[in-house]
Ligand binder design. Structure first.
Ligand code: 5GP
Ligand code: ZN
Length: 150
């Protein structure tokens, strides 16, 4: 792996948290990744995992950064879950773009503990499969495959 050279953005709230200029309830930290409680606590234990370099969204990750961030998520997720025996599941959510509900443009992963189907988190996937035939699926498959790069 190449040496990790963090770049921080003076105008970014999560970069300020990384620098310690804004306090956070940090639950995990190493040279590449920081995890801290989301201020909103969508459900109790709601935690954010961020790379300690300013990347706006998932589209800006290189393989090394992705390897570092993704490798640490299960360890942090297990700790969040183990902290409360009422947690029976977890949504891990990564929003990219304001249309996808991203509001802080320093990439982050939400670890959202789930307590019941009536807790304060909702996610809706509409099933549109009745509108798709084999041609539609194949066209989408090929459009995506042609754009795979590192
Ligand atoms: P997004 O909407 O971009 O996916 O998520 C941004 C998250 O950052 C929100 O859930 C919001 O509560 C959280 N957040 C925004 N500002 C702060 C802050 O200053 N400290 C902490 N701990 N969380 C923040
Ligand atoms: Zn940042």
């Amino acid at each position: 792996m190449t040496a990790f050279e963090p770049k921080l953005d003076d105008d970014c709230i999560f970069c300020k948290i990384i620098k310690g200029d804004i306090p956070s309830y940090t639950v995990y930290e190493d040279d590449m990744v920081k995890a801290f409680l989301d201020i909103s606590q969508g459900t109790p234990g709601h935690t954010l995992v961020i790379p300690k370099t300013h990347v706006p969204d998932i589209f800006a990750y290189d393989t090394d950064l992705a390897s570092a961030v993704f490798a640490r998520i299960p360890k942090i997720a297990r700790a969040v879950k183990a902290a409360d025996d009422k947690i029976i599941g977890m949504n891990i959510v990564n929003n990219n773009g304001s249309v996808a509900y991203q509001s802080v443009f320093h990439s982050h992963f939400h670890l959202i503990p789930r307590y019941s189907d009536k807790d304060d988190f909702r996610m809706i996937f509409k099933d549109n499969s009745k509108n798709y035939d084999e041609t539609d699926y194949t066209k989408l498959q090929n459009a995506i495959k042609t754009h795979l790069t590192d």
